[in-house]
Design a protein around this ligand. Sequence first.
Ligand code: ZN
Ligand code: ZN
Length: 117
Amino acid sequence: MLGWETLQRHYLNLTAKDGASLNWSWQKCKREFFKVVPKVCACCGSKKKIEVHHKKPRHLFPELALVLDNLIALCGGGKGCHFHIGHLNNYHWYNDMIETVAFYVRKISVKKKNEAA
Ligand SMILES: [Zn+2]
Ligand SMILES: [Zn+2]
């Protein structure tokens, strides 16, 4: 089971290198991001536990860490799209096609909702 520790490690990976100043910029960056993008999961449309995911991970593309274009909103909370789709069930991995996948998953979940209604 994915625990708090794993999530925390993920978070630490994001902030470890440049410490406090980056941490602050990151908080600011997230605020800016949600001014532009609605706080809903890009995959399933959930509004719960929305996290900001880097499409290109920070440890491989540090220059994109604070680029809004490199961010996508995904639902978290251990079982969410962030872990399963953004990271393919492993925080050491990342989904290179996240944007495309999110687009189609979103389409399917909207379709399902319409069918159920
Ligand atoms: Zn989701
Ligand atoms: Zn992520």
